[in-house]
Design a protein around this ligand. Structure first.
Ligand SMILES: [Zn+2]
Length: 1015
């Protein structure tokens, strides 16, 4: 037999493209369109419907960047179309090469209810099936002219990312506005041929199945009259029926398709546009669910449901109905799909608290899976949090984006830092926008690493981010792959059903211990410093606001600000979304985030001050109460308590050093700043131990060029380290504090177009060199780091994460270790030799690196570098330009407990309030290893006190929690403050009014203290 395969395949491609697809709509009639451009921001629907527009024709330009235009579309169904299926085709000028990321529309009926969205690959509106002929058609379209930020030349700086700079040049041309007859048979033929053609391409040429399909396609095209496709499509389909009916092999891979649209809560568009993106996509999906009985759709992010409820209640009502039927699935149980590297312990927990509670209250759904397909790596603290939220599964596929190492499993148990294991699945389809293409399905089956032991994987299916979700074409293709020889078996399924099945089939899954590090997007730990600072500050203010409000409520009866705290938490949680906190959004998003964080700080400070005033007593008495919110005592003030101003410790000196520079001394630590303003010695007096290796300088600012190959705001590529400039030139150095309680030296340097002013401070009684840095940052595509070379020999170091810390190697023996050249810390990193260690603590930064070198004297220098600032130019061309303030500190002689304490201290500064008396802690803990991350009143507003504690040092701990109020009973709860049935009853017992707590390493426990007397 002669081999004509390529000829036959090329025939299919051309006929499908040029003859069959165009025949889906064989007849059309134009619609009349008028347009009204809303001035400025989007207007309410009623205003858009009522506006009087002016005529616009196909081919005319419309749509200034970020504008909203209301189109009124009207026409009459031709009488001759009676009995046929008719659709309106509304092409706003979409770029068909992109599924989303551009203009979009939402179609309304004249009564203002939403019909469905318009997206690049979803441009139809069903008018009737069949029509009577002669019907009047009147539709309104709210069209959003969002610019395409990630264009054909991606990662180029653009002014389009902010309404303030985007200009008003129209971006789109109206492309197609017509009524058309829809030929279902031809459409079905297209689906048949696409499924078979795509499957065929994935099959081995040596196999018979490939040729069976090829010959069937040949026969179908032979019987198709290319001059009258519509009349002959049914006959062509008959030729394909046999190969479509051949059943799948028993060993075929099984794919649970889950309808999905990954909608980034903000990214290349502002938050307000996501509100509308969600409405458009959800309108599409509720309409599709009504048409397709087998289809199942999952939507994550409670925040997006809340937006829909507020802005498009009629669509939300459809969602509620479909949820009741089990076909629209609230997935993931988080407030947003947040970053998981940077959010602190409590914030990570509250993502689940607020997400799950919303789904419980609105739908009665108690999620058991975490759904984070796109998040940039997963911290080792997360498994315990997922479990404490009452969930047990995790889905993500992002680790498939890793640059260097291929993750060895698709289904496995992920073990966190405390030993909690979570059943985890990475969809082998390697995308969260599966389109049911043959190559995707074949890739999932081939790629699946757990073959032979497991057979099931999940495929999130649909276009996200303005693509409109799952399409009817994807559903038609999935139906053909339900039982098809040569293909994986595809079936629509709820995520929970998939997980239950996958877990049941995999009796002894492999285990991965520690974080799930994404070997990409490492610079998201640093980009947009002010967004990160806003998050860190907000998290600590929220903790303080709850602590002091609960203390004041129990002590003085001051009303607890439940609603206000709820609103502020949700605001902070929203901004932890995986393109906001990571700094990868457009300028508009980060400009707004900065303003939001400022407002959050003002509101929380007001709550804190109100509570502290209520607690501090008579402000006219002349006294001053120092409040210490930190979990450890400091300067004579117990943890979570207030004391009338304690006396200072004294003993600080600053003297001129021999050879220039200054010596700072507080009796605990002696610091030498040399003539260049660099820290060349940090001597731990008690231990007679030097921290900085001879010849090295600590707090050394270093600048690298930083121009990654792609994804500017996201990525720093390893080669950035090849070039470095040490900032050793000094403008001036001045002693700025010289008293018994504190000494400080200020150092000013200029470099490039920028200036850095640093104040190095020793405070009496504290073994810590504090560094306050102010940078006026005017560099482009540069990376600024602060280096601390340390005389420490160790092969690992600890970095704080949620409810504990994770150890990472200081070497690069393997490709896995080498790939982690930039990593995340929360408040501290800690390095130690037995008996002596050093902590570097940070007030707002997250990125860092640790490297090692061996010196000529044989000793090891381990260098910690904090990542302070970057200056990528995409998607925000002016990222991080301007004035920044950072605080960080070096604590010599610190053990891990000291590192924990210093980390809290720098993030929770004391507050001073006029008053007349001491304020006792609401709860006391007698073991510093046990840290309370939340002291609050119960969310159910019943007045119980909720305390969440964890073991912070990685060991076993017992502590007695002594409440300063009468406790009737104590229960161990989940994060949602629900008692855990049959939980670890040993963990907490109430004995003589105190709670005795026993914790495993890094174990976190939520306690609910039932008060005897209610306020
Ligand atoms: Zn995303």
């Amino acid at each position: 037999m002669h081999d004509d395969r390529l000829l036959a395949e090329a025939r299919l491609k051309r006929v499908l493209e040029e003859r069959i697809r165009p025949a889906v709509y064989p007849e059309s009639a134009p619609l009349q369109v008028t347009i009204w451009n809303a001035p400025g921001e989007p207007v309410p629907v009623a205003e858009g419907l009522a506006a009087v527009g002016s005529p616009i024709s196909v081919g005319d330009a419309w749509g200034a960047p970020w504008g909203t235009s209301w189109l009124t579309v009207c026409g009459t169904v031709p009488a001759g179309w009676a009995g046929r299926t008719v659709e309106a085709l509304l092409d706003l000028g979409f770029d068909p090469n992109r599924a989303g990321f551009q203009c979009e529309g939402l179609v309304y009926r004249p009564d203002g209810t939403a019909v469905k969205g318009l997206n690049p690959r979803n441009q139809w509106v069903r008018i009737g099936a069949p029509v009577a002929g002669g019907e009047q058609v009147l539709l309104h379209v709210e069209a959003a002219s969002n610019p395409m930020i990630l264009g054909y030349q991606p990662f180029r700086p653009t002014a389009l990312g902010d309404r303030d700079t985007a200009g008003d040049e129209p971006l789109y041309r109206l492309e197609r506005m017509e009524l058309a007859v829809f030929d279902d048979t031809v459409w079905q033929l297209v689906q048949d041929l696409e499924v078979l053609g795509e499957l065929m391409a994935e099959l081995p040429v040596e196999g018979g199945r490939r040729w069976d399909i090829l010959r069937a396609v040949d026969r179908a095209l032979d019987v198709l009259d290319l001059q009258d496709v519509n009349a002959t499509a049914a006959a062509a389909r008959e030729q394909l029926a046999g190969v479509l009916a051949a059943p799948a092999e028993p060993s075929a891979h099984r794919i649970s398709a889950v309808g999905h649209a990954h909608i980034d809560s903000a990214w290349l568009w502002p938050l307000r546009e996501t509100v509308r993106k969600v409405a458009r996509t959800t309108a599409n999906m509720t309409a599709l669910l009504a048409d397709e009985p087998d289809f199942v759709y999952a939507m994550s992010q409670a925040q997006q449901y809340a937006w829909l409820k507020e802005h498009r209640p009629e669509v939300y009502a459809q969602v509620k109905k479909a949820v009741t039927e089990g076909r629209f699935v609230p997935a993931g149980g988080m407030w947003v799909e947040s970053d998981t590297n940077m959010p602190g312990s409590e914030a990570m927990a509250r993502q689940f608290v607020h997400g799950k509670r919303f789904f419980l209250e609105e739908f009665g759904v108690d999620n058991e899976e975490a759904w984070l397909p796109d998040t940039f790596g997963f911290a080792g603290g997360l498994p315990q949090i997922i479990k404490a939220a009452g969930a047990k599964w995790l889905l993500t596929q992002k680790i498939s984006w890793s640059q260097i190492n291929k993750f060895p499993h698709h289904t496995f148990l992920w073990e966190g830092i405390d030993g909690t294991r979570i059943f985890t699945h990475f969809p082998p389809v390697d995308t969260y926008n599966c389109a049911m293409l043959g190559r995707e399905i074949a890739h999932a089956a081939r790629n699946f690493k757990d073959k032979g032991r497991a057979r099931h994987s999940l495929a999130p299916t649909g276009w996200g981010d303005g693509g409109g979700g799952t399409t009817r074409e994807m559903i038609a293709k999935a139906a053909r792959m339900r039982d098809l020889e040569g293909s994986a078996v595809v079936q629509w399924e709820r995520p929970a059903d998939f997980f239950a099945r996958a877990q049941a089939e995999y009796v002894d899954p492999p285990v991965w211990v520690g974080e799930l590090y994404l070997e990409l997007h490492r610079a998201t730990l640093t980009s947009q410093a002010k967004t990160k600072q806003g998050n860190r500050r907000s998290e600590h203010l929220l903790y303080e606001a709850e602590l002091w409000s609960a203390t004041a409520a129990v002590r003085t009866g001051l009303p607890y600000p439940h609603q206000e705290l709820d609103r502020l938490w949700k605001t902070v949680l929203l901004h932890q979304f995986h393109d906001i906190l990571p700094g990868s959004s457009i300028a508009w998003v980060h400009r707004e985030a900065e303003a939001v964080y400022a407002a959050v700080a003002a509101d929380l400070t007001a709550i804190i001050e109100r509570a502290q005033r209520a607690l501090a007593g008579d402000p006219a008495a002349g006294g001053e109460v120092v409040f210490n919110a930190a979990p450890h005592a400091r300067a004579g003030v117990p943890a979570r308590a207030g004391r009338l101003t304690p006396a200072g410790a004294g003993g600080c000196t600053v003297t001129a050093a021999h050879g220039g520079g200054w010596l700072l001394d507080n009796g605990l630590v002696r610091v030498r700043v040399d003539a260049r303003g660099l820290v060349v010695s940090v001597h731990d007096v008690d231990n007679d131990r030097e921290t900085v290796p001879a010849g090295a300088a600590a707090n050394l600012l270093q600048i690298h060029p930083d121009f990654p190959n792609k994804w500017d705001a996201w990525d720093v590529d390893q080669f950035y380290r090849n070039t470095v400039v040490d900032l050793t030139e000094l403008d001036e150095m001045t002693v700025v504090a010289d008293g018994p309680d504190a000494v400080a030296v200020r150092v000013v340097r200029s470099f490039g177009q920028s200036t850095a002013t640093q104040t190095l401070t020793l405070v009496a009684g504290e073994k810590r060199l504090a560094v306050d840095t102010e940078v006026d940052w005017r560099e482009r595509e540069k990376f600024l780091k602060a280096a601390f070379p340390l005389d420490i020999h160790t092969d690992r170091y600890a970095a704080e994460t949620q409810y504990g810390h994770i150890f990472r190697p200081t070497h690069t023996n393997t490709s896995w270790e080498a790939a982690k050249f930039e990593a995340c810390n929360h408040r501290f990193v800690h390095l130690a030799e037995p008996g002596w260690g050093v902590a570097v603590v940070t007030g707002s930064t997250y990125g860092h690196d640790v490297t090692r070198a061996v010196r000529a004297d044989g000793g090891t220098t381990t260098t910690v570098r904090l990542s302070l600032l970057r200056a990528p130019r995409f998607p925000d061309p002016h990222t991080d330009q301007g004035l920044h303030r950072f605080s960080y500190a070096l604590a010599p002689g610190a053990d891990i407990g000291d590192a924990v304490r210093e980390g809290y201290r720098i993030n929770l500064p004391e507050r001073r309030v006029p008053g007349s008396g001491d304020v006792d802690a609401l709860v006391e803990l007698d073991n510093d290893a046990v840290v309370a991350t939340a002291v609050k009143l119960a969310d159910d507003m019943g007045g119980d006190v909720v305390v969440r504690v964890y073991e912070s040092q990685g060991g076993r701990a017992r502590t007695r929690l002594t409440p300063s109020f009468d406790v009737r009973s104590v229960s161990v709860c989940d994060l949602l403050e629900r008692p855990i049935d049959g939980g670890d009853t040993d963990a907490a017992q109430l004995i003589d009014g105190a709670v005795h707590i026993k914790l495993r390493p890094f174990e976190m426990v939520t306690l609910r203290l039932l008060r005897s007397v209610r306020s």
